[in-house]
Design a protein around this ligand. Structure first.
Ligand code: GDP
Ligand code: MG
Length: 166
């Protein structure tokens, strides 16, 4: 099984940290070379029976310019072509305008979106369920997976969940 996964989320939610955590576990290739004009492969995770190619997706950012519109469009077409989308959010900061802006762009997308609640090491366990309920209002997520990218908590579960969509 193999396939492509796009990682999206506003700045500082932990996208790079998650990539480093995954790559630290098991990695075949890491490349910063642009593969196409609109994506770069950030890392390839391989196990005996699966290969997951992670794409660092440009946009989706609030930008009041033609270039911003173009970047959002190209990011959106990428999301339509991958097997799954990982939407990372910061569980400690909670929902912000940047999260809502991205979620609005996910409406109508047929690709399964996995909501990843990152930085759970910074919150009380009781805060998790209300947070999940709040985010569920934004989009019909295929899965919600809480993790700590920094400390590796639940990252293996996330990889197992991703493999279901390959
Ligand atoms: P990106 O902009 O989405 O790529 O975010 P980064 O991966 O650069 O992370 C932004 C900051 O959040 C860094 O200081 C990370 O160390 C921190 N960070 C990322 N993941 C976690 C986490 O799971 N727990 C904690 N406590 N900090 C994290
Ligand atoms: Mg980054």
């Amino acid at each position: 099984k193999s396939g492509f996964v796009a990682i999206i989320g506003r700045p500082n939610v932990g996208k790079s940290t998650l990539m480093n955590q995954v790559i630290g576990q098991k990695i075949a290739i890491m490349s910063d070379k642009p593969q196409t004009t609109r994506n770069k492969i950030h890392g390839v995770y391989t196990t005996n029976d699966s290969q997951i190619v992670f794409l660092d997706t440009p946009g989706i950012h609030k930008r009041q310019s033609k270039l911003g519109d173009y970047m959002n469009q190209t990011a959106m077409s990428t999301l339509g072509e991958v097997e799954a989308v990982l939407f990372l959010v910061d569980a400690a900061e909670g929902m912000g305008g940047g999260d809502r802006y991205i979620a609005e762009h996910l409406n109508g997308l047929k690709t399964p979106v996995i909501l990843v609640l990152n930085k759970i090491d910074k919150i009380e366990p009781e805060a998790l369920l209300p947070l999940m309920a709040e985010y569920q209002k934004l989009h019909d997520f295929a899965q919600i997976v809480p993790i700590s990218a920094k400390f590796g908590n639940n990252v293996n579960t996330l990889l197992e969940q991703i493999a279901k969509y390959l």
